[in-house]
Structure formats: structure tokens, C-alpha cells
Design a protein around this ligand. Sequence first.
Ligand code: FES
Length: 126
Amino acid sequence: MAEQPEPAERKRVWTTPPNVPLCAETDIADPGSRSFVLQIGEAFFHGFVVHKDGQFAGYVDRCPHQGYPLAIELDRYLTPDGSLILCGWHGAVFEPLTGDCTGGPCAGARLTPWPVAAVGGIIRTA
Ligand code: FES
């Protein structure tokens, strides 16, 4: 059997095709967040969706500081009070619905948006 490559060696992509169903709106608490990995051909897209104040926003799972994926624990992208997105590695914080970095080592930078839309109770790529 062929060996699977380590995740770090897998080809990454930074965008997704539109209209891919991700989950039900009710699958993500408000406030809350969830990780998604989409396989597109032989490549992988890593992103996450935040639910905050009844709205959803998606981002590429890559911190603008050093390029790490943000969450140390699966699906835990928010600060404990649910008010901000947190990069668990060096403490950068981001506004949940805009991705603007408001504190930490990359203040003034911004998460890369991943377009998603909630339609009919389902969150899909947009
Ligand atoms: S990689 Fe996110 S704060 Fe350093």
C-alpha cells in the first residue's frame, strides 16, 4: 500500500469552488466556530467559519503573522468569551466578522476571507 504523505507535504489551495455545502447553520453555536478541510482534486483547502451575532464569516485557516493554522484545539477559533478570533500560537486577535487584526504581532493585518453564505439553513461556499 502506498504511504500517505504527511499533511505538511500535501498540496494546498487557498480558494474553493462555489456552492459546496459545508454544514447546517445550527451546527455552529453563536458565538462559535468550526474548521473545514475540503479536498479539491489532489489538493486541500483549510478554512474555518465563525458564527457571531447571527452572521457567518469564513476565513482561510492561515494566520497573517507566520502562516500557522490558527486553532490549537479543533474548532476553537474564538477567545473564551467568544468576542474575537484568536491565533493560539502567538496571540493575534481578529474581529470575527471582518477578519481585521486588532491586537498581537500582526496588528493591522487581516485574515484572508473565504466566501461562504447561509441559505435555507445550510452554509455553503460562495
Ligand atoms: S502565527 Fe498567529 S500569532 Fe503567530
